[in-house]
Ligand binder design. Structure first.
Ligand SMILES: NC(=O)c1ccc[n+]([C@@H]2O[C@H](COP(=O)([O-])OP(=O)(O)OC[C@H]3O[C@@H](n4cnc5c(N)ncnc54)[C@H](O)[C@@H]3O)[C@@H](O)[C@H]2O)c1
Length: 392
């Protein structure tokens, strides 16, 4: 079981509970990039009573038109790129969802912010730290809301990890092991935009590694990353015999593969905290291990999943001492009230309407991106490097 479709389905929950619009004003939305994830955005937007989809763009001729027609939404003005759309529509738009592939995250986001439009940008934030800084600067200058599309944040189990870390139950946290992986799960169900360098730029690291990092960094308050010793490889993706590719596509996909399918790193964080990380789209083992968070008073084990997508894989266990007795406390799986994608869209809309902070702010995700970029640069240099993050 693997692949992006499975990953998305894992976020489907039983029913949707609206938090309700904050005002009656309809939000006029544009969708940039009408590929696979744009469908999840559409589905969520169409369930909001205060949303009107007014414009869309895709580089592939006719793709945006077909997308909106397939969703049964009429009178959406379609454009051949984000630029034409924002040049024509900025006054008619309140917000955009940016659903383009990774290498096309920075340019449309910066352009939309410059045009005075709120942005919900899909994860990963972008490809390089430099791009991330440019995005943060454009956001600061614009005064608009920019939120990054990490829907696992909306999951009650994810929130529980943060509550446990902040409760003091673990004492002083000094070591974290995180990551995840799939035996055969290079995402190619809809083509090659995830595996080509010119569209994706980064592979497993950006696709699912960003979730693992966010799970633990958000829980401990996103300390600044200081140094990283990283490794990456691509043994499976470049193999024309890779069993995860369809038979008719093996040679083509292997030839196009230009990103990582495995990465590992040893990261030092501010506060003398060590982060030990590994991520895989493909590997010859079932899991690279559970996430563990070690503190001076307690330890937390968060089970991994067989198709890593940023969810908690089962009951968490808290290892601590009670009255001097070594004790294990099970944390039952919590139910999230609503669908994670709809909560991601709703919390973004509410922030735009209320002028409140972005639900998943760039001030945090900048560090996530700097770690990913640091792993890439360290791996290429073959040694530990310092992570330097310019002022925004
Ligand atoms: N949050 C999640 O669970 C989740 C799941 C899957 C994908 N994603 C993210 O969403 C992004 C897109 O993934 P996808 O699977 O939909 O990719 P995709 O390749 O199916 O779709 C991307 C579309 O964007 C278009 N595009 C690229 N640049 C453009 C531009 N400047 N203007 C207009 N259109 C442009 C492409 O032509 C393509 O149709 C990726 O960054 C991925 O990491 C997030």
């Amino acid at each position: 079981m693997a692949g992006t479709e499975t990953s998305l389905n894992a976020f489907e929950t039983s029913h949707v509970e609206q938090n309700g619009p904050v005002t009656d004003k309809k939000m006029r939305i544009g969708i940039i990039g009408t590929g696979w994830i744009a469908g999840a955005h559409m589905k969520a937007y169409l369930n909001q009573p205060d949303v009107e989809i007014v414009a869309g763009a895709d580089l592939i001729p006719g793709k945006a038109e077909k997308f909106f027609s397939d969703w049964g939404v009429e009178n959406v003005r379609c454009y051949p790129s984000h630029k034409e759309m924002l040049d024509d529509e900025s006054l008619a738009l309140d917000a955009v969802s940016i659903c383009t592939y990774n290498r096309q995250h920075a340019a449309p986001t910066i352009y939309a912010l410059e045009k005075g439009v709120h942005v919900l940008l899909e994860k990963p934030m972008c490809v390089t730290t430099e791009e991330a800084i440019e995005i943060c600067r454009a956001e600061k200058k614009s005064g608009k809301v920019l939120s990054i599309g990490f829907q696992p944040r909306m999951d009650e189990n994810m929130k529980m990890i943060g509550k446990i870390c902040r409760s003091g139950e673990l004492g002083r946290i000094y070591y974290i092991q995180t990551g995840g992986g799939r035996r055969r799960g290079i995402p190619t169900p809809f083509g090659t935009t995830f595996i080509e360098d010119e569209t994706a730029g980064i592979g497993a690291l950006a696709d699912i590694g960003c979730y693992s990092l966010d799970m633990v960094l958000n829980a401990i308050g996103y300390p600044k990353p200081l140094t990283v010793s990283g490794y990456k490889s691509a043994f499976f993706g470049t193999d024309p015999h890779y069993s995860g590719y369809p038979d008719s596509k093996k040679a083509e996909y292997a030839g196009k593969f230009g990103v990582d399918d495995f990465a590992a790193a040893f990261i030092r964080l501010e506060g003398d905290i060590i982060l030990d990380f590994r991520i895989a789209w493909a590997m010859n083992i079932n899991t690279p291990g559970d996430t563990i968070i070690l503190g001076t008073k307690g330890g937390l084990r968060i089970p991994s999943t067989d198709c890593w997508n940023g969810t908690v894989g089962g009951e968490m266990t808290l290892y601590h001492e009670v009255a001097g007795v070594q004790t294990e406390t099970r944390i039952p799986i919590l139910k999230t009230n609503g669908n994670l994608f709809e909560l991601k869209i709703r919390t973004f809309l509410d922030a735009c309407k209320n002028g409140t902070p972005a639900p998943v702010p760039t001030s945090q995700i900048l560090y996530n991106q700097a770690i990913i970029d640091g792993i890439v640069r360290s791996a290429e240099a073959g040694r530990e490097i310092e992570i330097t993050i310019p002022e925004v």
